[in-house]
Write a protein that binds this ligand. Sequence first.
Ligand SMILES: *[C@@H]1O[C@H](CO)[C@@H](O)[C@H](O)[C@H]1NC(C)=O
Length: 148
Amino acid sequence: MDKLLLLIMAASGLSAVSSAAGLQYYFVYDRKNFTEAQRYCREKHTDLVTVDSMEVMKILTNTADLDNMFYSNNSYRAWIGLSGGSWRWSLSDPSFYKPGETDFRRWYPGRPNTGDSGQICTAMGSDGLWYDHSCDIMHHPICADVRA
Ligand SMILES: *[C@@H]1O[C@H](CO)[C@@H](O)[C@H](O)[C@H]1NC(C)=O
């Protein structure tokens, strides 16, 4: 995807699309709190993205690097589907996961560190690492379509 196409998509409020086998990922340019992000992804796609392997993480960070052209600093964060303090994936269908995949974690060192003070939702940085955040913060959702 080239810069111009991404720029047009950003201007029209659409999302950048990236895909792996059977999966498509959508970076949504409207910022939403976690609850709204989850609702939006479940309405328009399958759910908020599940990051259950290095392969998925690499696809997302490659796309996020492009997004940095618009966010212009390293503070880029996007909602992924992990939440609740017990850190379960929003996409809960067990048939989606291979053995061990639900346990894949990529926390920024020292995170999560504030689960008991209400930071029970998960945002991914442009480095692909995860941060526990308060669910009312506005971030860009990453949604996924899952095809059988
Ligand atoms: C998210 O935003 C909606 C709509 O503004 C609001 O009703 C809801 O309480 C917010 N949720 C959180 C967790 O902040």
